[in-house]
Design a protein around this ligand. Structure first.
Ligand code: NAD
Length: 487
């Protein structure tokens, strides 16, 4: 098995195994090859991870933010030096093409380590509040042990996006990767130790849907940060609420992308393709409802079809491959099921719609697919598909499209393509979404906050805003005179 780690879990600075846990099989989605076999955590593993995190956190919190940040910065440099190795592992774990993983996965994790390591010394300050003679001050204090739970689409990125602000703020961090993609986080754990992170502060505990709740419900966990689907978010936030734990929820979406008649058509098509076919469509913020104004509809669809049919699918480790398979068979079946529903409900299949011929028959490939003449009530326009399926809907007027774009339970992201900047900002204001792009799509540099509204979640990742979610304020009132009482 070409990606077998030394053991399943990484706790207290070393690899740990407990073969009593359920078997987790890691399958390379392009060929069906089993690349590693791991075990889900038992209660004993969970207790070990918690005990080690608890023992390490107090001294870590006493270190200066500069000293903590320096370790994260070192980790960012090691991640960049090993980008090729980490990207190949990410490709084996997820099936995403190396062309993508080499620029978007571990490097984005390194960005988070670098950013939070760098800003910590200035961003963790409190305030001094004058009160006349008396005064007060606030301190930002860490929460304790933070649990991160990852989805399978960006395993290394998600581990780093959550760990970097949590660690730099003085917390210990336990990461439970998705059971579908358990490998990358173990390498991040190794790198953090090499960078000088004291043991116990970044533990990786593998777990399926049985082991996840063991961690979430553990009374020593102060906060849960989940990236996953809305149904999982409801369960995890519900369990956390039972013990009044802090939560960050990065959940799913069905985001609108609105293309006005005056948009640069090639640029808008690029945005629509990036926002539907990158990572074979397995991106939470994807603009899967592409609203195109009727004046440019024909031109848009004709060029979109040509460009989509030119996408190169194939072996993900080949640098020329532009699109790989879906993450596993069940995801492929789910996506093919949605495609059938689209056809049955009357959407017009413009291109794609099936399994490509020229790829491994054991791989989980689905052609990049575009439906035109999609209407708001169709299942493919309402539910998150999480695959390479773009829905193109027509519209005539700005007010109409904004109302239709907002008519969803989700609120993760959105996009507007237009040459009219006043209109762009007006539409952005009206869209119910956590992140909106003007004349581009899906760019998420670490400097900007990322997260959803409505059922897409709450809390923000990245940017200074994330630090608020990994600290709490202690207020100290300082009396400068005697304490006076009326009795
Ligand atoms: P999922 O909801 O099935 O699983 C997410 C994680 O939660 C996994 O690690 C899983 O093991 C764990 N889990 C499941 N049930 C649990 C429970 N009861 N208690 C504790 N943990 C539990 O999601 P997925 O299929 O891995 O990923 C796809 C979903 O993630 C999509 O809906 C996508 O939109 C969303 N996503 C959101 C973002 C974001 O930032 N908003 C980013 C990536 C993916």
């Amino acid at each position: 098995m070409r990606a077998q780690p030394k053991a399943s879990h990484f706790i207290d600075g070393e690899y740990v195994e407990d073969t009593a846990g359920n078997v987790i099989e890691c399958v390379y989605p392009a060929t069906g090859e089993v690349v590693a076999r791991l075990h889900s955590a038992t209660p004993a593993i969970v207790e070990k991870a918690i005990a080690s995190a608890k023992a390490a956190q107090k001294d870590w919190a006493k270190m200066s933010p500069t000293a903590r940040g320096r370790i994260l910065y070192r980790a960012s440099q090691i991640i960049r030096e090993r980008n090729r190795e980490l990207s190949e592992l990410e490709t084996l774990d997820t099936g995403k093409p190396i062309q993508e993983t080499i620029v978007a996965d571990s490097t984005s994790g390194a960005d988070a380590m670098e950013f939070f390591g760098g800003v910590a010394p200035a961003a963790l300050n409190g305030e001094q509040i004058p009160l006349g003679g008396d005064w007060a001050y606030t301190k930002r204090i860490p929460l304790g042990i933070v649990l991160g739970i990852g989805a399978w689409n960006y395993p290394q990125q998600i581990a780093c996006w959550k760990a970097a602000p949590a660690l730099v703020a003085g917390n210990a961090f336990i990461f439970k990767p998705s059971e579908v993609t358990p490998l990358g986080a173990l390498k991040i754990a190794e790198i953090l130790i090499e960078a000088g992170l004291p043991k116990g502060l970044f533990n990786v505990v593998q777990g399926d849907r049985d082991a996840g709740p063991l961690l979430v419900n553990h009374p020593e966990i102060a906060k849960v940060s989940l990236t996953g689907s809305v149904p999982t978010g409801r369960k995890v936030a519900g369990a956390a609420a039972g013990q009044l734990k802090h939560v960050t929820m990065e959940l799913g979406g069905k985001s609108p992308m609105i293309v006005f008649d005056d948009a640069d058509v090639e640029s808008a098509i690029s945005g629509a393709m990036l926002g539907n076919f990158y990572s074979a469509g397995q991106v939470c913020s994807n603009g899967t409802r592409v609203f195109v104004q009727t004046g440019i509809k024909d031109r848009f669809l004709s060029r979109l079809k040509t460009r989509t049919e030119a996408i190169r699918m194939g072996e993900p480790l080949d640098e020329a491959t532009q699109m790989g398979p879906l993450v596993n068979r069940s995801q492929r079946e789910k996506v093919l099921g949605y495609i059938e529903k689209g056809k049955a409900e009357g959407a017009r299949l413009l291109t794609g719609g099936g399994i490509p011929n020229d790829v491994s028959s054991e791989g989980c490939f689905v052609q990049p697919t575009v439906f035109a003449d999609v209407t708001d009530g169709m299942t493919i326009a309402r539910e998150e598909i999480f695959g390479p399926v773009m829905c193109v809907l027509d519209f005539d007027h700005e007010d109409e499209v904004v109302a239709r774009a907002n008519a969803t339970e989700f609120g993760l992201a959105g996009g507007v393509f237009t040459a009219d900047m006043a209109r762009a900002h007006r539409v952005v204001d009206a869209l119910e979404a956590g992140t909106v792009w003007i004349n581009t799509y899906n760019l998420c540099p670490v400097e900007i906050p990322f997260g959803g509204v409505k059922q897409s979640g709450f809390g923000r990742e990245n940017s200074l805003a994330a630090l608020n979610h990994y600290t709490e304020l202690k207020t100290v009132y300082v009396a400068m005179g005697k304490c006076e009482a009326p009795y």
